[in-house]
Design a protein around this ligand. Structure first.
Ligand SMILES: [Zn+2]
Length: 235
């Protein structure tokens, strides 16, 4: 039996799981705003509008993320943490991806829609040089100095790359340390990945990347590891 035939039942299950995912009210999730942080990974120009890794699919989650930021702020949340690609000019990652989001470039800047928020000066930017928000970054030090944060709302791109790494890091960090009461919540409408169809990839000599399938599989992987994946967080 081919992989395609063998996986068809699983893919049907995934599609149904995505469609029937519950939504949640943000005011119910934020029990105490002082104990809540909203994280937003790589919502920067280089993944939304400019450069070789920009994707219209990722640009489409900017608006719901801005809405989520506004609602969270209105509910009293003051911790907005933004891990962002800030690559060294000769980043080793560029052996696997085209050069992107180099430190100081327009690509590495937060998107204007987020910068336009009146509280954008309170964002905590975490610079990173890989798809990990925690390897050789300031994230763990920030988490160490904010032990009161027990609810983490994770947004951004890509579902199967940096967002997956970030959500799992937060979940596994709490698991490994036996930290009680930690919730990691991913609103699916604020997460996305790029799409490179096989025919285009073959022409360009780059790896194909099935956006819809990988988005679904990696969200499901987060859910099976204790990340709470919801359709959206309504106001
Ligand atoms: Zn990168």
């Amino acid at each position: 039996m081919s992989l395609r035939e063998n996986a068809s039942g699983y893919i049907d299950y995934l599609e149904n799981w995505l469609a029937q995912m519950p939504q949640a009210e943000l005011s119910h999730i934020i029990v105490d705003p002082n104990h809540t942080a909203v994280l937003c990974v790589d919502i920067i120009n280089g993944f939304c509008t400019t450069g070789p890794l920009s994707s219209p699919r990722v640009q489409q989650i900017v608006a719901p993320i801005v809405t989520l930021f506004k609602t969270a702020y209105r509910l009293g949340v003051r911790h907005f943490v933004l891990p962002q690609d800030t690559h060294a000019p000769q980043a080793i990652e560029f052996e696997h991806y085209p050069a992107h989001c180099v430190r100081g470039s327009v690509e590495s800047q937060t998107v204007p829609e987020l910068l336009a928020l009146p509280f954008s000066d309170q964002f905590t930017i975490i610079e990173k040089n890989s798809i990990s928000s925690s390897e050789n970054t300031a994230l763990d030090a920030w988490l160490d100095t904010h032990p009161e944060i027990t609810t983490f709302i994770v947004t951004g791109d890509c579902s199967d790359l940096c967002t997956h790494q970030l959500a799992l890091h937060l979940r596994l960090r709490a698991n490994a340390r036996q930290t009680p009461g930690v919730r990691v919540i991913v609103p699916a409408n604020c997460v996305q990945t790029y799409d490179t169809p096989v025919d285009i990839a073959m022409k360009l000599g780059i790896p194909p990347h099935h956006g819809d399938l990988l988005h679904a599989v990696f969200l499901y992987n987060m859910a099976t590891n204790g990340v709470e994946v919801v359709k959206e967080l309504t106001s």
